[in-house]
Design a protein around this ligand. Structure first.
Ligand code: ZN
Ligand code: ZN
Length: 250
């Protein structure tokens, strides 16, 4: 187990401050060419700080990715919600950001593997995480309407079903699942909350696991109370969120 200080949420990890200089990040409605502070790669980006610091998605959270992957492939838990809550509690996991999409995909794959009705290998888990990493891009929930957690769940079903461009029902089913996830997430938006989206996507994904894979996975714990409410940089949705309880702010 990595030393992650689970349960503590230092302010600097809220993902709205520049990781380099601490200034508030700015969101551009039109993307501009930016150079990654770490690797120098130049690409079109929509988020940087007033000092021009930009970090590409590849460099973003490199160490954390390994930590999340290692936990996912070693946990014996069959409960994706339990796995997700533990990982979202790591203090290196930002309140908002596509690290939460890796967690969603990983938690779902771990629960499928450990439940055991179908064979899921660690290679398949890594494949789902790698695909998620390519399409879960910070800020794109708002920029294109596709939160990275939707392709994360799509990557899981795609890997399990063997979907690809040239396939038939495998790809159609994967797309249907992603459509349901986007729809479910849209009902929990205003503003976006990655923690809610992970739980909402997992709830929807376990319904699809039953429908399309005939696998019964554990349901979410009805008493689940979000402990991240006070961290939300855009403001917790509070009473609009099913995981918010007054106690969470005390
Ligand atoms: Zn900066
Ligand atoms: Zn980079």
């Amino acid at each position: 187990m990595p030393d992650n200080g689970a349960g503590q949420h230092p302010k600097e990890n809220n993902n709205v401050d520049c990781q380099v200089c601490g200034q508030k990040l700015e969101y551009f409605s039109i993307g501009k060419k930016l150079a990654c502070y770490h690797c120098g790669k130049k690409e079109i980006g929509n988020i940087s700080c007033p000092n021009g610091h930009y970090i590409c998605d590849e460099c973003h959270g490199k160490d954390l990715y390994d930590t999340i992957r290692d936990y996912i492939i070693t946990t014996p838990s069959q409960n994706s919600f339990e796995v997700a809550e533990i990982l979202m509690g790591y203090n290196k996991v930002p309140m908002l950001g596509c690290e939460n999409a890796w967690i969603a995909a990983g938690a779902f794959m771990a629960s499928l593997k450990n439940q055991g009705s179908i064979t899921v290998t660690n290679n398949q888990i890594c494949e789902a995480l790698n695909r998620t990493r390519k399409q879960a891009i910070g800020g794109y929930c708002g920029l294109t309407g596709v939160c990275g957690i939707a392709p994360a769940m799509g990557a899981c079903f795609s890997v399990i079903l063997g979907a690809a461009c040239n396939k038939d029902r495998e790809t159609a089913t994967t797309m249907k699942v992603v459509g349901k996830i986007v729809n479910a997430i849209s009902n929990q938006t205003g503003p976006c909350c990655c923690k809610n989206f992970v739980r909402t996507a997992l709830s929807e994904a376990i319904k699809s696991a039953k429908e399309y894979l005939n696998v019964t996975l554990p349901s979410p714990d009805k008493t689940l109370i979000c402990s991240h409410s006070i961290r939300h940089p855009h403001g917790c949705r509070k009473s609009k969120c099913p995981y918010f309880k007054m106690v969470a702010t005390l």
